[in-house]
Structures are given as C-alpha cells and as structure tokens.
Design a protein around this ligand. Sequence first.
Ligand code: RI2
Length: 330
Amino acid sequence: MGAVFQFWGEKLSFLRKVEKIAEDIKTMRVRGAARIARTAVEGLIITAEESEAKNEEEYLKDLKISSKILVSARPTAVSLPNGIRYVMKRVLKAYRDGAKLEELREETIRVGREFIQNSFKAIEKIGEIGARRIRDGDVILTHCNSSAALSVIITAHRQGKKITVYATETRPRFQGHITVERLVREGIDVRLIVDSAVNYYMDGVDKVIVGADAVASNGAVVNKIGTSLIAASAYLSGVNFFVAAETYKFSPETTAGRLIEIEQRDPTEVVDREFLKKNKGVKVLNPAFDVTPPQHIDLIITERGIIPPQAAIIILTEVFGWFVEEEDMY
Ligand code: RI2
C-alpha cells in the first residue's frame, strides 16, 4: 500500500479512511491519473475488508457510498471513475448472479487487486511498446509528471539508447521537479525549463511524449494545462507528438456525447494570499488541464498497441462496449 495510509490511526471506520483517500486525491497528495485510480480502488478494497454490513444489500450500499465519495474527489482524470466502475460492474454482476455477502467482499478485493495489478502491467507494457519508437540519440520533451510517459523514456534508456530530456517545470504545482528527480535517479541527461521556454527549444527536439488524464472518443487528449500549447508548437515545428495512455484513461462517456470536465483549482496555487489581498477584485484562473486536438497528436501508445488518435473509438468500443452503461454504480 502507498504512503497515504501511514498517517491513519488504527481505529478509523472504513468511511473515514475512504474520506481521507478522497481528501488526499483532492489536495494532490496522491496525484497522477494512474495512481489516483489505483488509490481509489484501494478505497473500495478497504470498504470490502471493513464494512460492517449485515447483508448483501447493506454491503452494496456501503460500496456505493465509498464509490461516490471517491469519484467526486477530482473531476477530470477518467481513470478514477473507470477504476471504480471496473470493480463495481463485476461486484454488481456477482450480486445479480446470487453471490452472498462474503463472496461479494472477496470479489471486491479480488477485482480491486486485479485492476491495480493490471495498471502496473499496462504502464510497463506501454514502456516496452513506446520504447520501440525511441531512437538512440533522441531529444525528448515531456510535460508534467506522467508514469506512462516516463515508462517509455526510462525503458528506452535501459535498452541502452542515449536520450536527452527537456522537462518543463509545470506551473503551478511544479510536477516537472518530480520528473527531473526520477530521470536523474535513472542517470538520464535532463534539462529543466520553464513552461514558456518550450517553443524556444522545440527546434532541437525529436519527440514530445506526455501522459493523459483522459482520452475522448474523437482522439482529443486531456492532459496537464499547457499540453495543448506544447502540441501546437510541436506541430508547427514538425516534431512528433506522442501520448502514453493506458486504456482506462479513455472516456466511455464521450461516446455518448458527454464532455470531459476541466478542473479549476484554487487561485492560491498560482499566487499567495498576500497578492490576492493587495489586488482585490483580480480573478486568478487556474485550470488544471487543457484539451489537445487529435490533429496535433501523432499517436497514442496504449498497452494494447499504438493507435492514431482517430482510432480512440476502437479502443473505447473494445474495452467498454458501444453503450455507456447507466447502471447505478455509485
Ligand atoms: P500518469 C497528471 O495529472 C498529469 O496531467 C499527467 O500527465 C497525468 O496525470 C497522467 O499521469 P495531475 O494529477 O497517470 O498531476 O501517466 O493533475 O502517471
């Protein structure tokens, strides 16, 4: 289990623990779309282990309460509802098939662990597949801190390819620093740049690789704010733009016409309270993500293989089916 759990007292009820997980996701103590999903699924496993439900119906109610709390923690990363759905769909089916309380608990724990394991495997597979597209001597630019994008870069490096990486700071939360630390630990040649220096260096870049918080059915990618500007810059310079995304980052809701919500975060992530006090009336906007159009994306690297963004709909129908299920999961 992750570090999140360390500061919990022993006696907290499952609900308190689930609320704590949601709080950690909200405040970004737990961040990164993949880790958010795995941690939320841990919340369901905790519910299964600790719910005091006396029958199947009470148990499902507890699971739904936890799911609702977890899903509402952050709105953009589709991996979060997809992770919860992965578990709930199977547990609800087991219930319909007549599973008893203990079997439902076991099923929750089993499929929860399965999702977590699959997530790690997918990231590894993306590294393996994506590394084939990296050449010896490549200069790669990355934005924010994506475990999937880093998996590609690190796998290529471990294969003996010499790689140089430009890592953006990623205002306002500076996740780029985490990327730099990881790459330095790996012994990769890395240069930290401010976000606005991207275009200045783009001419010397061979490939841009970023992660994703969500992929829409038309192949548009939602990722950390600034990604779409980087993609536009890469497009103008004729630089390949790759997205590394597990299939649970694809949004089934978008096939039914729904839009992905872009999270607006607190102004104090951008400026301090003093600044706000001094400049009464100023509106500080802090969108956490933006949308990169498919025209600016060369390919998406998934654990199932490499696809052009226009093929996102194929992944969606293969993984989630054509119809968005409206089953009451949370
Ligand atoms: P992995 C992050 O969001 C970044 O936008 C990153 O590109 C994306 O999640 C995917 O990260 P945030 O949680 O799942 O920092 O590839 O807002 O690790």
